[in-house]
Design a protein around this ligand. Sequence first.
Ligand SMILES: [Fe+2]
Length: 233
Amino acid sequence: MKTKVILTSLTFILTMTTLTSSFSQNPARTGKQVFEFRALPYSYDALEPFIDKMTMEIHYTRHHRAYYDNFIKAIAGTEWESMTLTDIFATVSKAPAVIRNNGGGYYNHNLFWENMAPHGHGGQMSDELKQAVESAFGSVEEFVRQFNDAAKGRFGSGWAWLAKDAQGKLFISSTPNQDNPLMDVAEKRGTPLLGLDVWEHAYYLKYQNRRPDYIDAFWNIVNWNAVNQRFEQ
Ligand SMILES: [Fe+2]
């Protein structure tokens, strides 16, 4: 039993390391880009009881899959298929809505899966990140409060973010629909470090209309190891 737990933990750590590095490198390529539909880095029930198995399964296999498929279909044969996601987002105001919505959905969910981990497997904020959080928000508690407010205050569907601007300063923001801070349409622009999906599809089966409970539960499954790594890049 003990051996099984250790093996499961090792598999999880190895998968996360591989996924995080392949996702973060995003090498600039010439010609057609390769956009992969990556495996979920844990099982559907791994985030229980904070996010239930059925929500994870539907969210990943239906919603995420649809964003991916529609994004790939939308860019096929167009100038957008040779661009990186970062470059697409930087000029997304000129792109058709189908690319903005589905490209955003594909990227945002990849980040979301990565910045969660089974309870007890996500590590903690690095000293460097903690220092940056305290410098930007005063304290970790104040950061959590402001992030929660951004997530609760998003009217309708969207996301809450912790992101880093061009000067390396942290900020919290919220975007509607599948927009994100990398997009030229975002009010505050920067690189997302941590994202929380506040679409109802992310929580309704378990939490119904209690979005604040889902937001509180999220802090139990944050993968700080992944967030730390993104902060350092
Ligand atoms: Fe979602």
